[in-house]
Write a protein that binds this ligand. Sequence first.
Ligand SMILES: NC(=O)c1ccc[n+]([C@@H]2O[C@H](COP(=O)([O-])OP(=O)(O)OC[C@H]3O[C@@H](n4cnc5c(N)ncnc54)[C@H](OP(=O)(O)O)[C@@H]3O)[C@@H](O)[C@H]2O)c1
Length: 250
Amino acid sequence: MKYAVVTGTSKGLGASIAKLFMQASYHVIGLSRSENNELQAADFPGSYTHYAVDLADINATENTFRQIIANLEKEELESLLLVQNAALVSPIEQAGKQDMSQLTDHVHVNLLSPMAVTNVWLDAWRDTDIPLVIANVTSGAAHRSVYGWNAYCSTKAGLDRYTETVALEQEELGTGHKVILFDPSIMDTDMQGEIRSADESQFIDVERFRSYKQENALRDTDTVANVLVERLIQPESIENGAYYSVKDVL
Ligand SMILES: NC(=O)c1ccc[n+]([C@@H]2O[C@H](COP(=O)([O-])OP(=O)(O)OC[C@H]3O[C@@H](n4cnc5c(N)ncnc54)[C@H](OP(=O)(O)O)[C@@H]3O)[C@@H](O)[C@H]2O)c1
């Protein structure tokens, strides 16, 4: 059976990725704090199983993944994909004015959780015959500094370097596993709503992001998810360590 484990499936890009995998007959295991009733009730060739977890809680995240792995070990696996999509943009605030607990949650969800999950995942499937694919969702903010996004720019840059380094390790080890980055560019999601609601003192560029919405410049998540899912369901077309952007295709 074909499985895709996807984080952040309650809404936004993650919900679209899960839906498209289910339509392509994948069994999806989704993780987020809130459930996704639409996916749970959907009548697609693939199935949906939800695990409610706060990815800011690293112990809970690790335990949840160990549980998922124990269940998957009972299955006959034909394909096993992992998409680490969940992330936060907050705190949108200049350094010096940030709330420590928000900052800690941010780093945990965006960077430490994907690192911890990758560690557990590669350890668990060390002796597997199936080539694994891990796709980490990044952002253009990894490559440029944005006033008020110091946390987001840093965690996405960290995720990029982490992904490239793990890809290099897998290459050297000759595992055949592929670890890649996917940049979805700007999409019409709650994350963009949060960005638009920032104050100009917190985020100097806020007007530009408000105009993206007014001018319909934000892509819908199904369109973006389709670019990623189309690639992931053909793992032989994937280059280990590659940076794929939606802009390469759309
Ligand atoms: N939107 C954009 O324009 C844009 C641009 C570039 C890159 N991206 C990237 O694309 C990805 C998806 O973004 P999006 O716009 O779809 O975001 P979104 O609409 O805000 O959805 C975020 C998802 O992550 C989950 N999540 C957040 N905090 C979590 C936590 N503590 N524990 C578990 N799950 C958590 C949320 O679920 P719960 O709240 O239910 O937990 C939700 O399912 C992110 O990696 C983002 O950085 C987005």
